[in-house]
Structure formats: structure tokens, C-alpha cells
Design a binder for this molecule. Structure first.
Ligand code: K2U
Ligand code: ZN
Length: 172
């Protein structure tokens, strides 16, 4: 396993805006990528990561919502995820993003979604998500469409966010 660089909007916006391509086969090479993505996510730290965030335009997401010190890790892997149904009811959540460091703002998303995806071994899974799981999977699936959480904000907030990330990167 190896750590990958996480792309950020100040230098890698063009890559992050790409639409990712469906995976043909869940094989050992793809599992090695998912292992690297998970290690990179834990190191960041974060609770979700899309493959495009490490520069790989494949429809792959990793996630671990078990954040407590005393919680066992609970890694999740999503290949070619689809949302089959989304509730009319929405919920606001203060989101952040490893590709838009130090920026946080409220985004409104469907409170519950029904998912279909391939797991780490290529098996089809259908699952309901709500709460932080629903927020995180929708945030990550936006990444697969080249959409960042700041794209859900006003133009002024979005432009300020990109400028703030660029200024912080220059100062670092
Ligand atoms: O896509 C990413 O950059 C990963 C995000 C996932 C995420 C964003 C918003 C809401 C939930 C998940 C990072 O994990 S942001 C860090 C974080 C950590 C705990 C809770 C929320 C966000
Ligand atoms: Zn993100």
C-alpha cells in the first residue's frame, strides 16, 4: 500500500472537474488502488475519498465512518455506485473536502438514498443510506461527476473559497 497525493482546487481544478469512467473489472489492480485510497484517506484524515481526488478518473469511492478513537475501523468500498432513489426530504450538513482544504459550508442534500454498487470483490450490493452515510456518499458521488461541494454554493462563496485555498497554499 502507498500514500497518494490528494489533488486540490488551487492547482488541480481541471482534473477534479473531470467526469470519471466506469470500471470494467474489479480485479487485483483495482483493489490495490482502493487499498492506497483508503490509506491516503486515513492519513489525511478524512471519512471518504473518490479516486479522482488522487488523480485517477475511475468511478471508485472508499469510506470509513467509524471515527471514534475506540471504534474499530469499518472500511467501505464502492465501485460504479448508482443512486437508485433519493428522498424528497433534504437535510443540511456543514461539509468540507480534502480537495478544498480549510473551507466549510452548509450543503442541503436528500436525507435518504438507495444505492447500488459493486463491493471490494465485485459483488453487487443494494443498500439504504441516511445520516452521515447519505451525506458522505452523495458528496463522493458528486466527485465522480466532477462536482465539488463548493459548486452547490453561491458563485461569490465558490470564488472566495478557491482564492482562499490558493492563498493558503502559497503561504505554506
Ligand atoms: O471528499 C472528500 O474530500 C472527503 C470528505 C468527505 C465528507 C465531506 C463532507 C461531509 C462528509 C464527508 C472528507 O472526509 S472531509 C472531512 C470530514 C470528516 C468528518 C466529517 C465530515 C467531513
Ligand atoms: Zn470532497
Amino acid at each position: 500500500m502507498s500514500l497518494r497525493r490528494i489533488l486540490t482546487v488551487d492547482t488541480d481544478m481541471a482534473v477534479l472537474k473531470q467526469v470519471s469512467t466506469p470500471v470494467e473489472t474489479v480485479d487485483d489492480d483495482l483493489r490495490a488502488l482502493m487499498d492506497d485510497m483508503l490509506e491516503t484517506m486515513y492519513d489525511a484524515p478524512g471519512i471518504g475519498l473518490a479516486a479522482i481526488q488522487v488523480g485517477v478518473p475511475k468511478r471508485v469511492i472508499v469510506m470509513d465512518l467509524a471515527r471514534g478513537e475506540d471504534e474499530e475501523p469499518a472500511p467501505r468500498y464502492f465501485v460504479n455506485p448508482e443512486i437508485l432513489w433519493a428522498s424528497e426530504e433534504t437535510q443540511p450538513y456543514e461539509e468540507g473536502c480534502l480537495s478544498v482544504p480549510e473551507i466549510y459550508d452548509e450543503v442541503e442534500r436528500p436525507a435518504r438514498v438507495k444505492l447500488r454498487y459493486l463491493d471490494y470483490h465485485g459483488k453487487t450490493v443494494e443498500e439504504d443510506a441516511e445520516g452521515l452515510y447519505a451525506v458522505c456518499i452523495q458528496h463522493e458521488m458528486d466527485h465522480l461527476e466532477g462536482v465539488l461541494f463548493i459548486d452547490h454554493l453561491s458563485r461569490l462563496k465558490r470564488e472566495r473559497a478557491v482564492k482562499k485555498v490558493a492563498k493558503a497554499a502559497k503561504a505554506a
